[in-house]
Design a protein. Structure first.
Length: 427
């Protein structure tokens, strides 16, 4: 850490970075489905949620082979954010009211995400490089990212009423360019792996594959990948479903999920004390089952409280499964392969799991959700039953096959949660 600045000053600067980082994502990612529906692209919304997983799979190469070895993190961040922001701002300009230009639109979203995904790792690198007491300071800084996502949803959806308008991309793209410029003012962060030989084995985390010899770890990894397949239907289609249920400001309503995420992140150490790893993971999976069940139950009559309760469950769904999973990996992997193992988890879940899920949910949506008004809401009920059943089956298989001693994680502290929060890739 720079000796010329106090920890508080550094903390404020890094908090602004985190706020803008996730503001960019939150300003368009929730609303893009409703925008595409309004512009004749409803049948291909799943492609807007496929570009992120593709970028997540490719971004370790961008970081591991270039950014980590040759250029300072803040300069790479500036370049990627400005380029990605421009691509995002131009995206709505290639689309006509009838949906023409949809391929160019998706390609611009892909270009944006190829620029954006590596910055998730860069922000963590910059933050950890300039914090002395990482376990104390990082959670306080990282929470501003979730706040940024929430504020973006409020501004775009509640204030601007732009769920279906191109202004969402101008706000997100402008914020990205602003963050790019702001990144040049951040503390200098030299490339962390400068001078080290480039190893595709390290980048892909192949050494962590040895952990799969442990049956319970293999069950955990397989379950993590599989549970992300039904999860993709939530990210892609929940905002569209909320809109079809005639609930105003869909993206604003979705921010209640991030609000609950903050609450349960704070409470996680207390739950660990009583539940341990296996039960925490099971509770997270069961929350997914409940979420989709409430969506299905509330669809036909557009029951507001059921739909909102399903959204609020996001805090348990995300924190209890993903953050607990990151802590489990932290405990299972030795120091030599810890980073590789966390990268492997992200690749399996946010990469391949979400990629498969986006495509599968898109196919199901186009086949099942049809009609207008009350008739369409009935088809939404049929749609949500499928991820509910899928999540339930995965949960049962995990319960039967996962045998790790749940008491191994008792006494997990806020420091352990902070370390896991540092590996987050999705809000």
């Amino acid at each position: 850490m720079s000796s010329q600045q106090s920890p508080l000053s550094i903390g404020i600067r890094l908090s602004i970075m985190m706020f803008l980082e996730f503001f960019v994502w939150g300003a368009w990612y929730v609303t893009v489905g409703n925008y595409m529906k309004a512009h004749g692209m409803e049948s291909i919304t799943h492609w807007a949620y496929t570009v992120g997983p593709i970028a997540a799979i490719l971004s370790p190469f961008a970081l591991g082979m270039v950014a980590d070895r040759f250029f300072s993190s803040e300069r790479v961040m500036a370049l990627l954010m400005i380029a990605g922001g421009i691509a995002l701002a131009f995206a709505p300009g290639v689309v006509t009211e009838s949906g023409e230009g949809s391929t160019a639109f998706i390609l611009l979203l892909l270009l944006h995400m190829l620029c954006y995904m590596p910055t998730l790792g860069l922000t963590n690198t910059i933050a950890f490089s300039h914090l002395k007491n990482q376990q104390v300071w990082f959670p306080l800084i990282r929470v501003f990212g979730t706040i940024g996502w929430i504020v973006a949803g409020i501004i775009v959806s509640k204030v601007m009423d732009a769920d279906k308008l191109p202004q969402q991309f101008y706000v997100a793209g402008g914020a990205a360019v602003l963050l790019g410029i702001y990144s040049l003012t951040l503390p200098h962060t030299p490339p962390p792996s400068k001078g080290k030989a480039i190893s595709v084995r390290d980048i892909l985390g192949l050494d962590s594959l040895a952990l799969l010899k442990d049956r319970s770890f293999l069950v955990f990894m397989a379950s993590s990948l599989l549970i992300c397949i039904p999860l993709a239907s939530y990210y892609n289609f929940a905002p569209i479903f909320v809109g079809d249920a005639h609930i105003e400001h869909p993206a604003f309503q979705m921010t209640f999920g991030q609000m609950s995420e903050i609450l349960f992140m704070v409470l996680m150490p207390f739950f660990f004390k009583f539940l341990g790893v296996k039960r925490m993971l099971l509770f997270g999976m069961f929350a997914w089952v409940l979420r989709y069940a409430f969506f299905a139950a509330g669809a036909s009559e557009a029951v507001y409280w059921m739909i909102i309760f399903g959204i609020v469950l996001h805090g348990i769904c995300y924190d209890f499964f993903f953050v607990t999973g990151q802590i489990y990996v932290e405990q299972k992997a030795g120091p030599a392969i810890r980073a590789q193992a966390q990268g492997f988890l992200v690749l399996a879940t946010q990469g391949f799991g979400m990629l498969i899920g986006a495509q599968v949910s898109g196919l199901l949506f186009n086949k099942i959700v049809t009609g207008e008004g009350a008739a369409k809401l009935q088809t939404w009920k049929e749609f949500w039953i499928i991820p509910a059943v899928a999540a339930f089956v995965i949960m049962v298989i995990f319960f039967i096959l996962f045998k790790d001693d749940p008491k191994k994680a008792e006494g997990v502290s806020e420091e352990d949660v902070a370390k896991a929060a540092g590996t987050e890739e999705m809000v």
